[in-house]
Design a protein. Sequence first.
Length: 163
Amino acid sequence: MAERFLERLMYATRWILAPIYLGLSLTLLALAIKFFQEVFYILPNVFQIAEADLILKILTLIDIALVGGLLVMVMFSGYENFVSRLDIDEGSEKLSWLGKMDSTSLKNKVAASIVAISSIHLLKVFMNAQNIENDKLLWYVIIHITFVLSAFGMGVLDRLTRH
């Protein structure tokens, strides 16, 4: 009797995650605001901005879009994996990957997204390399390689454990 009650109580605590996923949607709103703040800065100044600076601004927009996609992926698949299935009507628009991403594939997609975001950030750093000390550049590369190797290692471990 007590064991069953504790198990049900523990199982019900998964709903504590629901407000966290809702909070992530608010951070998505913050990202959208920052994205459009950048766009509204670029458009009126497009003829005054140097080409390299424009490319850096565009890379920032790409970076924001990648982080936004990562947030959506974590929100929805995390909610579905750990809280409850999303009840979306058949006639409505549904993301093709909903309900198909388990926690392992989510982890791999998050790692791949982090590598992509790190790549964009590293490209931005290299485009501004003349203003950055060499030891800092080295650290940026080391950190990026660490992300790449971590994502690769997670993919290899996933493949090994599936077979």
